[in-house]
Design a protein around this ligand. Sequence first.
Ligand code: FAD
Length: 578
Amino acid sequence: MNHEFECIIVGSGGAGLYSALETSAGAKTAVLSKLHPVRSHTGAAQGGISAALGNCEPDEPEWHAFDTVKGGDYLVDQKAAMILAQDAVKAVYDLENRGLPFSRTPDGKIDQRRFGGHTREFGKGPVHRACYAADRTGHMILQTLYQQCIKNKVSFFDEFHVIDVILEGNTCKGVVAIELATGVIHTFSSKAVLFATGGFGRIFKVTSNAFANTGDGPAVLARKGIPLQDMEFFQFHPTGIKGLGILITEAVRGEGGILRNREGQAFMETYAPTLLDLAPRDMVSRAIMTEIQGGRGMRGDKKIDDYVNLDATHLGKEVLLSKLPDITDFCKTYLGVDPADNPIPVLPTAHYAMGGIPTDLDGRVLADEKGTPVEGLYAAGECACVSVHGANRLGTNSLLDLVVFGRRAGIHISNYVKTNGAHVLPATAADYARAWVDRLTDGKSGPHGPELSEQMQSVMMEKVGVYRNATQMSEAVKTMEALVKSYEDVRVQDRGKPFNTDLLETIELKNMLDLALVTAVSALARQESRGAHSREDFPDRDDDNWLKHTLAFLDKDRVRLDFKRVDTSIWDPKPRTY
Ligand SMILES: Cc1cc2nc3c(=O)[nH]c(=O)nc-3n(C[C@H](O)[C@H](O)[C@H](O)COP(=O)(O)OP(=O)(O)OC[C@H]3O[C@@H](n4cnc5c(N)ncnc54)[C@H](O)[C@@H]3O)c2cc1C
């Protein structure tokens, strides 16, 4: 079955929906999502969205841009960071005007809280910059945008799982998707396609990410020859619930929560004397692991590693219930602990992909290190790399990235479709997708997906985690290469058509394996420590040799690396101290 639109958006998180709002004003737009839109991971975002509104104390977009660049350990493209910070103010007021119920100051302005790495006057001290709706900011953004898209008559294809993109030469012509309810394969022809498929934390064993975060967009494009940028940089958030990885938002520390070791010491004093617990995430995650490795962690039980405590007891029940109600609830449900009475046991959890599909400032996907755009192909949100997060993203900058660059991509698409004709899809458009599904369901015996998945997640967690070294990463690369090969023989057990989640999970597995391989190869190649990529064998940042973006090209089970310059046109790279 074929469908024709002027613009197809794959993904209905914050990035996809914001782009759809813009494109639907002038172009016939469809949003395809493998989940019901409001189940997208954006809805799980807790802490806030940053913007230098200056509602609680003086603040400037320029300080915000600088913090973003420094937080990203100078691998950030600086003009992009400036746009992010400058457009932030308008973006947040725009969300407010569209109906987002932000938390308020006593005089009725949007309230703001502190978050890691966000400072006043280029690093003098923490600043109140994160706008929030209690600890349900993402939920509110998603609901607001979804309502507005319905109002704009965007066509939604819910539970349509995209498995291929149609690229001819340097032009994107559409996508191929399976409908979950029927198992029917559909083609969608379109003048422009935007990928907004979110992150891929599921390649790691312990993650804050939803089950659906399997990196489908980047993997689909990588298999068609599009490079993936800076894939070695994966953020571990310092405070996941120990053993489970469920996120305890940084807003707990923003509101005054303190990390403590076994002796009760507020150990961030040692690592970041100025910002303390509000240092950037890469530094806090390393500090936790260093405390544990030094024998100063809390003792876990036999099954679970040692951990540290996040102490919010001094904040009081009232603050916890009004500003962090969901966190309070999580702690009670998953740990049987009330954070007003007891500290929360935490460990770093795989959280956010800094890398992804390379784009320019208007969301156009770039095919090479020279920056050649692919006609009609766009990406935005966590699956994209524009690059505003560099080697380490600051908290609350992702929700902002979705809105700012989702909007810019949407505007560019609106103009692009006006001057370009419709595409006719080749008769072979769905062949690749059909052949893949046919192989997985042909009834032959083969290894089962979950076994491969379990191995991938454990090895990535153990060997490409917070601290890395060549020996372990080489082993990880070998394992991923072998798993990518084994996938050729994988078969599903459920061969039915309707609601075949076994089939779709096995397709997602291929996406994760490809991305895990690219991540491990990119990480092994980068012989320095920068942001979230911390190597025991190369402990220093090396600007002479490594101040450059990685571009990884996937060819079956092989990865070729190329590099691209970083835009450092505003601030000279300096060592980071906090
Ligand atoms: C627990 C948690 C808390 C967070 N808190 C914050 C915070 O407070 N502030 C902040 O700035 N950031 C936060 N982040 C990060 C931020 O929420 C995410 O980076 C962001 O929401 C990603 O948005 P997105 O639009 O790119 O993708 P998502 O919201 O993940 O949406 C992806 C969409 O793509 C669709 N999709 C995926 N694959 C396919 C496919 N093959 N076919 C069809 N559709 C597909 C999905 O159905 C979904 O609609 C948090 C993240 C987590 C996990």
